[in-house]
Design a protein around this ligand. Structure first.
Ligand SMILES: [Zn+2]
Ligand SMILES: [Zn+2]
Length: 257
């Protein structure tokens, strides 16, 4: 069991790295990865620019601690911003990350996953099309190893008027061609949409297109690490996955589940 999507107090989590390590020790995890938010717009939920060096030193120090019963990886969840690709690349190189989750949290400057009340005034069909266009672009950009919560646009349970199967298929094909992984993110189960990210239908398409998968809780508190992972692993197996992806210095390998 691995959890590659964990936030700490350095971004918008409420617990320290140490608290996360203590909690992870109580679960049967073989690997965890810290993946605090990096966003070059620097909203209040992301690591502050002046803390990026500290972030690197902190996780590097933990990685060098030998008495942990599991491996620790240095990751980041980085916002895909199409006008800041070069700066994103520079930060990734500077931090020497083990893996990079690329996420989309903004559409035309609107932080759509933090502001449920604004959906009432939006064209939902247009939002879905825009969102999927952006994650496809993020995959093709080559900046990232994993696409984060691949259909998070459904978070507040606003649904488009059209069926999503064509967009799922098209996107899964693009992920496959870009050789990027997705994550099975369990946090959506606890949001209004009440589904995994991605949905089981989208996950099936990704499996069909041989897109590798990681596991992530998107924990913002230590107690949520590996939340619902037994069921998630079961879903992966039912879908056909026999392996999940792990990363070291951005090199991907697969381990059995
Ligand atoms: Zn996110
Ligand atoms: Zn996250």
């Amino acid at each position: 069991m691995t959890d590659y999507h964990i936030h700490t107090i350095l971004s918008d989590g409420i617990d320290t790295h140490e608290a996360c390590l203590r909690m992870a020790s109580e679960y049967n995890v073989s690997e965890i990865g810290f993946s605090d938010h990096i966003c070059l717009n620097y909203p209040e939920w992301a690591v502050r620019e002046e803390d990026l060096t500290y972030m690197k030193e902190k996780v590097t120090k933990i990685k060098n601690t030998t008495d942990l019963p599991f491996k620790v990886k240095f990751g980041a969840e980085i916002d895909y911003l199409s006008d800041k690709k070069d700066e994103i690349q520079t930060i990734i190189q500077k931090l020497k990350l083990d893996y990079v989750i690329g996420s989309v949290h903004f559409i035309n400057g609107w932080n759509f996953d933090t502001e449920p009340f604004n959906y009432e005034t939006k064209n939902i069909d247009h939002l879905y099309n825009e969102y999927f266009r952006l994650i496809q672009e993020a995959a093709i950009s080559g900046l990232f190893d994993i696409i984060g919560h691949a259909d998070v646009i459904k978070k507040f349970n606003y649904k488009p008027s059209f069926k999503l199967d064509k967009l799922y298929k098209q996107t899964a094909k693009i992920f496959s061609k870009a050789d990027i992984a997705i994550e099975l993110n369990t946090s959506g189960l606890f949001k209004p949409c009440n589904e995994y990210y991605p949905s089981t239908e989208f996950l099936k398409m990704c499996f069909k297109e041989k897109v590798p998968v990681t596991l992530g809780s998107d924990a913002h508190q230590a107690v949520d690490i590996a939340r619902n992972f037994k069921k998630a692993i079961n879903l992966l197996k039912v879908t056909g996955y026999k392996q999940i992806a792990v990363f070291e210095k951005r090199k991907r390998t697969l381990i059995p589940i």
